[in-house]
Design a protein around this ligand. Structure first.
Ligand SMILES: Cc1cc2nc3c(=O)[nH]c(=O)nc-3n(C[C@H](O)[C@H](O)[C@H](O)COP(=O)(O)O)c2cc1C
Ligand code: SF4
Length: 491
């Protein structure tokens, strides 16, 4: 019997996957149609796969009109999907199951390695589980790269009582979508990771805070939680939906929002590990951090730790976006260079013009010029280059980009998304837009560039959180690497 796989991931649905699935069902009612997750080869969506004795044969960018040719065997395929060099050369660890399974099938999950981590964790003491996570070298994938094991140990060591595990699925960074793919494409993996965290730190309650822009992710997660209930052993897990504020991805703002309040940043200390949700000890981790935990527990810390470079251990799920020929997910060990990702996997720009800049790590990340394409993807190497890996988003721009406009946008974004609690960020962002406008129109250019640098210094040193504190990063990188764009021009 032939099985046809048509992804249900919203990236595939946005380019017609539902219509393609319907066309297959109509063309041959005897087909088994599985709505799998996406492989992350987004430039090929809808990527349809047909079961065969050699493996699953892929067909890219399928439309309903292609269906008869695919079924007749006359359409051009990309070959066996698992053997496609773009995919086969990756080191898929966290995303090992992604796109292979029906995301809501418990049987699929169990048949593909699911639950092995939680099962093993439950044979260990809490301290042993935390030690395993620490030894794996896993660092938070939400942006700051804080060691997960240290955070967990702090919560574990708090006196027993009400504790929480909160998953940050706000995924506000521009050009990032790996969290969404987990929510939609492998939700049981996140649930398993949260259940391991809850067991390790002694938490009984958990929340997944998901941005409202992810309706498919929210629906899939809710259904998956219902189906996973028997595994949770009394751990009460629920979803909560954000209301569209970037700052609610900052962990203390997220806690305020989860408590039903306006998303305002809290001063630290106390850190959430001691006094988090409703004042109780709380683990807050990004989706990818928690989703990686089952693999670590199943395969052991050493296997995970053996991948990567320096203090950046394991793999990162890089997300290629913007003006790129082959946009999608590249999961590899840390240490791959930025150039290998953009020019190699990405294939350069979609427009075919030369790459000029790449913004790495979301809207607060630096613009990196092609002269730095030999930078290894490594938290410390990027920090040394005044840049950041962040959540692994890589947004590509070709030579037509106006970097002064991008710098202006960084301030505009901050002005729109600032929570308003502290002056350097609330007022500084607005002043930043004005100063860049003066520079661009040639008003006292050199003096205003000096004012801009002063402002950047003030925001970096004086902001309460990284929203205001990191906004200068894209601005300074634009000035440092692309100063020619800051010459006067007509408004
Ligand atoms: C302005 C701002 C926005 C953030 N947005 C997110 C986000 O969308 N998702 C996320 O996981 N972390 C985000 N973070 C980082 C969180 O504050 C926090 O460090 C993270 O959720 C901790 O999880 P991790 O240790 O697993 O990375 C943001 C931080 C700042 C300052
Ligand atoms: S830096 Fe900005 S977002 Fe952060 S607390 Fe201050 S005003 Fe709020």
């Amino acid at each position: 019997m032939t099985t046809v796989y048509v992804p249900r991931d919203s990236a595939a649905r946005s380019v017609g996957a539902d219509e393609v699935a319907a066309a297959f069902a109509e063309a041959d009612p005897s087909l088994t149609i599985v709505r799998n997750g996406s492989r992350g080869m987004l430039w090929l969506e809808p990527l349809v796969e047909i079961s065969s004795s050699e493996g699953r044969i892929g067909y890219g960018s399928v439309t309903p009109a292609d269906v008869p040719g695919i079924l007749a065997g006359t359409a051009e395929s990309i070959g066996v999907v698992d053997e496609h060099p773009w995919l086969a050369s990756q080191q898929r660890v966290t995303f090992a199951r992604m796109g292979r399974t029906d995301p809501l099938s418990v049987d699929d999950y169990l048949a593909n390695g699911g639950m092995a981590g939680l099962r093993r964790a439950r044979t260990m003491t809490r301290a042993e589980v935390v030690a395993e996570v620490t030894e794996s070298g896993l660092r938070g994938r939400g942006g700051a790269g804080f060691p997960a094991g240290i955070k967990w140990k702090t919560v574990m060591d708090c006196p027993d009582g009400l504790k929480f595990v909160c998953c940050n699925a706000d995924e506000g960074d521009s050009g990032t979508y790996a969290d969404r793919m987990v929510l939609e494409g492998d939700p049981f993996m996140l649930i398993e990771g949260m259940a391991i965290a809850a067991y390790a730190v002694g938490a009984t309650e958990g929340y997944i805070y998901i941005r409202s822009e992810y309706p498919d992710g929210i629906a899939t997660m809710r259904e998956a939680i219902k189906r996973a209930e028997p595994w949770l052993d009394g751990f009460n897990l629920e979803t909560r939906v954000g209301a569209g504020a970037y700052i609610c991805g900052e962990e203390t703002s997220m806690l305020e929002s989860l408590e039903g309040k306006r998303g305002m940043v809290r001063a630290k200390p106390p850190i959430p590990a001691f006094e988090g949700l409703f004042g109780k000890p709380t683990v807050i981790n990004n989706v990818l951090t928690l989703a990686t935990v089952p693999t670590i527990l199943a395969g052991g810390a050493d296997a995970y730790q053996s991948l990567g470079v320096e203090r950046s251990r394991g793999t990162q799920v890089f997300q290629l976006g913007g003006n790129v020929a082959r946009g999608g997910i590249v999961e590899t060990a840390f240490g791959i260079t930025l150039g290998e990702l953009v020019e190699g996997y990405g294939g350069g720009t979609r427009t075919g013009r030369p790459v000029r800049a790449v913004q790495v790590g979301g809207p607060l990340g630096a613009y990196v010029p092609t002269s730095q394409f030999d930078l290894p993807m490594d938290y410390e190497a990027f920090a040394k280059a005044n840049a950041m890996v962040g959540h692994g988003g890589i947004v590509v721009f070709d030579e037509s980009v106006d970097m002064a406009a991008q710098a202006r946008f960084a301030f505009e974004f901050c002005a729109a998304e600032s929570c308003g609690k502290c002056t350097p960020c609330r007022v500084g962002a607005v002043r930043g837009v004005e100063v860049i406008d003066r520079i661009r129109t040639g008003v006292d250019r050199d003096e205003n560039l000096a004012v801009l640098e002063d402002l950047c210094e003030l925001m970096t040193d004086g902001s309460l959180c990284a929203m205001g504190g990191l906004t200068p990063m894209p601005v300074r990188s634009a000035i440092n690497h692309f100063s020619e764009d800051f010459e006067a021009r007509q408004p």
